[in-house]
Design a protein around this ligand. Structure first.
Ligand SMILES: *[C@@H]1O[C@H](CO)[C@@H](O)[C@H](O)[C@H]1NC(C)=O
Ligand SMILES: [Zn+2]
Length: 400
C-alpha cells in the first residue's frame, strides 16, 4: 500500500494523496448484552466521537476473525454465543461465529471486546482498556484491531461521565500510553528533583515522563507558557500510561476522571505519535476537537514554575499577581470551602483533610504543615475540586 502510493506520487509528480483520511471505525462487542441505558448511550456517543475526532487511512489489515477465539479473554473458543454490537450509530446482536460478524470485523478498524472485570472492582464507576498487540511482525505493522475493555458493573451513577470513561479507555485501546511511540528521542524517563516544602525544608522528589516526542512537549510548553529547555518531557504517572494527575488535573488522560474532562492538544499530539511500522497511524481532526481542547484551562499559563517547582515556590512567584491563588488552590484564610449543590445542600471540602496513601512524586509527608493530602502533594489545593466544580463555590458559614 505504502509503496504503491509512493510510486504514484513519483510518476504523477503531483500532490495527490493516496487514500483519503476518514473517521476511524471503532465498534464495541459485549457478550453480556446491553449496559443500562445511560451507560450504553454514552458508549455510542464515545464511538461517534472517535469517528469524528480520529482520522485514519484505509489499509489492508492482516487480522483475521479467528484471532478472536484464540486471543481475546472472555471470548475464547468454545464461546460461540450471541454478542451485542455497538457502532457509532446503532446497536444490534449477532452470533459471534456468523458471517455477519466476520464482515463487521473486517470492516472495522478497532474492535473493542467488553467483559465484566473479574475482580478488583471498587464502588466507583471504573473500567480498564487496552490493546492486544500480537507478537507477529506482520500484525504489528498494521493497526491493532483487537482491543479489550474490562468493565465494573457498579450501580449506575447519575453524575459520572461514562462518555469520558469510554473515551479514556478506548484511547488506551488505540495505543495511548500503551505502545512504544516512533520517536523515542525522549530517553529520559524519570528524574529526581528538590521539592521545597511550606516551611522551607526540601524533600527529594521523583517525576516520570511520558514516552512521547518533541511535538507533545511543545504543546505542553505552549499551554503552560513555559519556553524553557530545562523541561525534559511531559510529566506522566508512575507507569507512564497517563498524563500526571497533579499537573494536568481534569485532562481526559489523567488517571482519575473528574465529572467533566477535556481532551487537549497535548493528548492529540501523544496519539499522533503512535506508529505502526514506519507509518504514523492516527491524525486528530483539530477542527472537531477545537471547542473542547480550547475549553481545557486548568493551569493554563501557570508557567515553568508549575511544571518544575513545588506548589509553594509557584505561589511565591505569583504573590503580586491579580489572582495569586487560582483555583483549585485554597485561599490563605479559608482552608475550607463549600460547593452549593442546591439551596439546602452544601458539599464541604477542605485543604486540611488527612488522607492515607502517598504523594505521586514520592515526597514524604512534611512535618510542619496543615496540608495533609498526599494526592495534592501536600499543597494548599482542594482535593477533587474538579469533580464538583460545576457548582457555585461559597463560604460554608454564610449559607447555614
Ligand atoms: C474535521 O472536522 C470538521 C468539524 O467537525 C469537519 O467539518 C471536517 O470535515 C473534518 N475533516 C475531516 C478531514 O474529516
Ligand atoms: Zn487510563
Amino acid at each position: 500500500m505504502q509503496i504503491r502510493c509512493l510510486l504514484l506520487l513519483i510518476l504523477l509528480v503531483s500532490a495527490i494523496s493516496c487514500s483519503p483520511r476518514r473517521g476511524i471505525r471503532v465498534v464495541a462487542v459485549n457478550k453480556d448484552g446491553l449496559f443500562p441505558k445511560r451507560v450504553q448511550s454514552s458508549l455510542e456517543s464515545a464511538l461517534k466521537w472517535f469517528e469524528n475526532a480520529v482520522l485514519v487511512q484505509d489499509s489492508s489489515s492482516s487480522y483475521v476473525v479467528d484471532y478472536v477465539g484464540k486471543a481475546v479473554p472472555g471470548y475464547l473458543t468454545p464461546f460461540a454465543g450471541r454478542v451485542t454490537i455497538q457502532t457509532p450509530n446503532k446497536v444490534f446482536s449477532l452470533g459471534i461465529l456468523s458471517d455477519e460478524f466476520k464482515t463487521l470485523f473486517e470492516y472495522s478498524d478497532v474492535v473493542v471486546f467488553i467483559r465484566a472485570k473479574p475482580f478488583g472492582c471498587g464502588s466507583q464507576p471504573q473500567a480498564f482498556g487496552g490493546a492486544m498487540r500480537p507478537k507477529s511482525e506482520i500484525l504489528r505493522a498494521s493497526i491493532t484491531k483487537l482491543a479489550f475493555l474490562e468493565y465494573c458493573y457498579n450501580e449506575v451513577s447519575d453524575t459520572f461521565s461514562y462518555f469520558d470513561l469510554f473515551r479514556h479507555e478506548i484511547l488506551h485501546s488505540l495505543g495511548y500510553g500503551v505502545f512504544e511511540p516512533h520517536d523515542s528521542a525522549m530517553s529520559v524517563r524519570e528524574e529526581k528533583y528538590q521539592w521545597k516544602n511550606e516551611d522551607g525544608t526540601e524533600s527529594t522528589a521523583t517525576r516520570h515522563f511520558f514516552n512521547t516526542n518533541q511535538h507533545a512537549l511543545d504543546e505542553v510548553k505552549k499551554y503552560f507558557g513555559c519556553d524553557n529547555d530545562i523541561l525534559k518531557g511531559v510529566e506522566s504517572d508512575e507507569g507512564g500510561m497517563h498524563l500526571n494527575e497533579y499537573i494536568f488535573q481534569n485532562e481526559l488522560m489523567t488517571p482519575t476522571l473528574a465529572e467533566k474532562n477535556y481532551f487537549s492538544y497535548i493528548s492529540a499530539a501523544i496519539l499522533e505519535n503512535i506508529y505502526t511500522g514506519n507509518e504514523q497511524w492516527y491524525n486528530v481532526n483539530r477542527t472537531f476537537i477545537g471547542p473542547e481542547a480550547d475549553a481545557y484551562n486548568f493551569g493554563k499559563g501557570f508557567g515553568c514554575s508549575w511544571l518544575l517547582n513545588s506548589c509553594y515556590e509557584f505561589l511565591e512567584g505569583r504573590k503580586n499577581e491579580k489572582v495569586p491563588r487560582p483555583a483549585p488552590f485554597c485561599l490563605e484564610d479559608s482552608v475550607q470551602k463549600c460547593f452549593k449543590k442546591s439551596e439546602n445542600e452544601l458539599i464541604a471540602f477542605s485543604c486540611e483533610l488527612r488522607d492515607s496513601g502517598a504523594a505521586d512524586n514520592n515526597i514524604p509527608r512534611p512535618l510542619n504543615t496543615k496540608y495533609n493530602v498526599p494526592s495534592t502533594r501536600y499543597c494548599p489545593i482542594y482535593p477533587n475540586y474538579f469533580e464538583k466544580s460545576k457548582y457555585e463555590l461559597v463560604d460554608c458559614q454564610h449559607h447555614k
